[in-house]
Design a protein. Sequence first.
Length: 179
Amino acid sequence: MQTTRQLLRSCLTGAAATVLPLTLAAGPAAAVSGISVSTSGATVSVTTSACTSNNNGFGRASLLTSSQTTFAQGRQAELSGTNALQSALWSNVSPGTYTVIVICNRDGAQAGSQAVIVSAAPTPTASPTASPSRGVMGGLGGAAKDYGTLTLAVGGGLVATGAVATVWFLRRRSKPYRL
């Protein structure tokens, strides 16, 4: 019974290992809506290749908030570009969740709709300030303060005294008959 369970587990693991690369190789599912929406800070853009020109332009795109339900209620933008690729852009969009809808002029059909989340716009950077006149005040503790000669001599004497005392103590321990 235990051998059967192990065999079943190994078969399931092998099947999963076989299917996983195939799933990853297939890539993400193509957008069924026919449009692609992206955000950058407070800017939302939409691109599509579903609308072709009929001398009246390519079409229009609308940016709807969560409380708006129809195309006419949103912020509208004209599609521009070529017959191969059209795009529209909205600037200064407040943070929140929106729906983008694209309608083509040629047949009045909806090219697609897609939800998008706009995060808070990046805050403007502060203007550069003048650097400190004495440079950065970091480093080895007292490196920023100018000590006098007497202070440095006393500190050096203490370090030397400690080194001599350490050598004397270690020699004394290693040979108990010496002072």
